[in-house]
Ligand binder design. Structure first.
Ligand code: SF4
Length: 385
């Protein structure tokens, strides 16, 4: 599968917990960025790094919905000039309430966007204020209704749990409010305190945040409530109604090739198990907008992934999905048997109740999902293999 990611690093203002490559910028700066992005797309196309049609495109950020319909349409036209899309391609835009309106949403649909991912984070206005979000829940509801009205039939709502002062009961109210809308997809991540953010200064020692046990309770409650409403958890933090898993993210977890355009965007191209190459764009805005767009000027850390690293990633990423990994796919990609490489580790994790092995698929148990970071670390390949 082939995917493209486009990064729009602009936001109205910086949220208190956010360490993404994003921030406010003048209209002129955004205009310069748009032109630099167009140069990059044009300059990379002749390299032919993606073979075959593009199956998913994700316009992420930042807040891509800061850009109006004309601008997003221009971006789409640019991409379409150089890449052809499969007929059923999933084309997503990330959006934040407070930057959307009916005209913008309709224009996105006309530009060919067929999925929208709305960053809500909480249905409680006090939480939204603490997080430094620019919107209220009411504004989200208006935007959500306008998105439906514009014809979006595949909507994701991003939520964030374990917020300062949040109780399990408070989180339940958030879920209940969102479930009334029946979005096709819900992402529910726990807050992580990242260095360099306002939240890091306020909460780095964990005071005022739910403790580990409360966090686990919130996680299990989320799964329980969403499943009761027909949502299937297909990845540690992602839930969907039948047939609405995010194909773009599944691609990342299942080893598809992707090209990233824009500031700091990462790419990984080449057949899994073969000559697979990874690189990232520079993350300095001045340099990016001043560059010719040539991949030689923009790309950093360009390297071929050794086979052992590819196997480790196959496991780390694949095990994030609830269905886990397929042993026959492992064999097909790496020409080595799964049991030959990971037999001993698997046996040990099975005996601890962290993993299940059906003979063909290997996946984390509920307990394994709870301590997934610890389990993943076991799949690092050492000298003995
Ligand atoms: S809107 Fe998203 S990307 Fe922008 S600052 Fe807030 S969390 Fe970060």
């Amino acid at each position: 599968m082939n995917s493209i990611y486009i990064h729009i690093p602009f936001c109205v203002r910086k949220c208190a917990y956010c360490d993404f490559l994003s921030g406010p910028a003048s209209k002129e700066r955004q205009e310069m960025y748009y032109r630099a992005l167009s140069r990059e797309i044009a300059a990379c196309a002749p390299l032919g790094e993606l073979k075959g049609p593009v199956n998913t495109l994700f316009i992420g950020g930042g807040t891509p919905s800061l850009w109006d319909g004309d601008r997003i349409n221009g971006l789409m036209e640019n991409i379409r000039k150089y890449y052809c899309f499969s007929e059923d391609a999933e084309i997503t835009i990330e959006a934040n309430p407070g930057t959307l309106d009916a005209d913008r949403l309709k224009a996105y649909r006309r530009a060919g966007i067929n999925r929208i991912s709305i960053g809500l984070q909480s249905a409680d206005d006090r939480d939204l204020k603490t997080l430094g979000r620019i919107h209220t829940f009411e504004e989200f509801l208006e935007n959500y209704a306008a998105a439906r009205e514009a014809g979006f039939s595949n909507i994701n709502v991003d939520l964030m749990s374990s917020l300062p002062g949040q109780t399990a009961a408070g989180w339940k109210r958030v879920l209940t409010s969102v479930l009334k809308l029946a979005p096709e997809h819900i992402s529910a991540y726990s807050l992580i305190i990242e260095e360099g953010t306002e939240f890091y200064d306020r909460y780095r020692d964990g005071d005022g945040l739910p403790d580990e046990e409360e966090e686990r309770e919130i996680y299990h409650m989320t799964k329980h409530i969403l499943e009761q409403h027909g949502y299937h958890r297909y990845e540690i933090s992602n839930y969907c109604l039948k047939g609405y898993a995010c194909r773009h993210n599944l691609g990342y977890w299942q080893g598809s090739q992707y090209l990233g355009f824009g500031l700091g965007a990462s790419s990984c191209v080449g057949r899994p198990g073969g000559r697979r190459r990874r690189f990232s764009n520079i993350s300095d805005m001045e340099t990016y907008v001043g560059a010719s767009g040539s991949p030689f000027a923009l790309r950093r850390d360009n390297r071929i992934l050794p086979l052992t690293e590819q196997m480790e990633e196959f496991m780390f990423l694949g095990l994030r999905c609830v269905d886990g990994i397929s042993k026959s796919e492992f064999k097909e990609q790496f020409m080595r048997s799964y049991d030959g490489i990971y037999g001993k580790v698997t046996e040990s994790l099975l005996s601890q109740g962290l993993l299940q092995d059906t003979g063909e698929r290997v996946f984390l148990t509920e307990f394994g999902l709870d301590v997934s970071n610890r389990v993943m670390a076991e799949f690092l390949i050492d000298e003995e293999h």
